[in-house]
Design a protein around this ligand. Structure first.
Ligand code: XUL
Ligand code: MN
Length: 345
């Protein structure tokens, strides 16, 4: 299938063991090398990384060991003609970050979070990638009175500035999410993410990543969230997936719930030449019921859905659409889109 200049990525966590909060794993752990082979075989171009996807047990590895392991991963990527899209510090699993990382009330936890993020930047440099994703997982509260939200916002800004200072080549993309694991997160939308970036010490190095499901969980339209960031040339990555209403973060295959919502994401990306700006990332999980040998089809399906929707987007009769918009004939415009999505009879 023709990729039209787009490059695609997913993360090792997208081939996962299928555990949920009510039950154990249902699939065996797949080795990183096998995930890389799947990525290549499915026609993807890049791998997304959490810092410890590249360097397992990062907190207990020496600085030299860390660089050595990162280098070996870079070699594996290069041998396969692949590259790293980004490295994200995993700031939500260590006991130290139980109550937040950059916004914890505990200064030792905040120091840990900064040091861990600097390691992620070092790993990124070793992998040949200067993009850092900050998903601010525990930067929020379970109970509002537990933290000072104004102070927390300043602490987030200070963390971003510290990382920008630490590595002058680094570009940071903030991935907002309104809830889960926290009840309420401090950076729930792209507007929040971009405000923080614009207040930073080097705004041209801070952008945003829109994840479809995160926008939906915030009650927003993912295509509009993307458009807001695109308007300021700050959309540097996306996590395409789908979400069936307001519940836990489902990470369903792209377009699996609402094809028109998916179509509009592809439409705004394509209308704004996103292929020149960033990699199309997926953040999708296979259903828990699926055995290991079927649990990569969600990646194939999402990629193919993107490419099929791209064909629909590029086949639209733009002159006709403009005419209908001018005439305010929105019912006919609606039919034009639905008819295109239904395909030929
Ligand atoms: C969590 C999520 C993360 C980030 C990377 O909801 O989407 O996997 O994409 O840290
Ligand atoms: Mn994501």
């Amino acid at each position: 299938m023709e990729k039209h200049g787009y490059r695609f990525s997913f993360g090792p966590w997208n081939i996962h063991e299928g555990a949920d909060p009510f039950g154990p794993t249902v699939r065996p752990t797949v080795a990183f090398a096998a995930k890389l082979a799947t990525l290549k075989n499915l026609g993807f171009d890049a791998m997304q990384f959490h810092d410890d996807d590249a360097v397992p047990n990062l907190d207990s590895v020496s600085p030299e060991g860390m660089l050595h392991q990162a280098n070996a991963v870079r070699q594996m990527l290069e041998d396969n003609g692949l590259f790293a899209e980004f490295v994200a510090p995993r700031l939500w699993e260590h006991p130290m970050t139980i109550d937040g990382a950059f916004t914890s009330n505990d200064p030792a936890a905040r120091t840990y979070a900064i040091e861990r993020s600097k390691k992620a930047a070092d790993i990124g440099r070793e992998l040949g990638c200067n993009l850092m994703v900050l998903w601010l997982a525990r930067e929020g509260t379970y109970i509002r009175e537990a933290k000072d939200a104004v102070l927390a916002t300043h602490r987030l800004l200070e963390a971003v500035n510290t990382l920008l200072d630490y590595d002058p080549e680094l570009r940071i993309v903030i991935e907002p999410k309104p809830n889960e694991p926290m009840d309420l997160a401090y950076i729930p939308t792209i507007g929040h993410a971009l405000s923080l970036g614009m207040q930073s010490s080097d705004p041209v190095r801070v952008g945003a990543l829109v994840e479809s499901a995160h926008a939906i969980l915030a009650g927003l339209d993912p295509a509009d969230e993307m458009s807001f960031a695109l308007a300021f040339d700050r959309l540097w990555s996306v996590h395409l997936n789908d979400q069936n209403g307001l519940k836990f973060d489902q990470d369903k295959a792209f377009g699996a719930v609402d094809l028109r919502r998916a179509f509009n994401q592809v439409r705004v990306l394509d209308e704004n030449s996103f292929w020149e700006k960033g990699v199309v990332g997926l953040d999708v999980k296979a259903m828990r019921t699926q055995p290991a040998e079927l649990a990569t089809k969600h990646l194939r399906n999402s990629l193919h859905t993107f490419l099929r929707l791209l064909e629909v987007v590029r086949s639209l009769d733009r002159a006709k659409m403009d005419e209908l918009i001018m005439a305010r004939d929105y019912e006919e415009l609606d039919w034009l889109v639905v008819d295109a999505l239904l395909g030929t009879r």
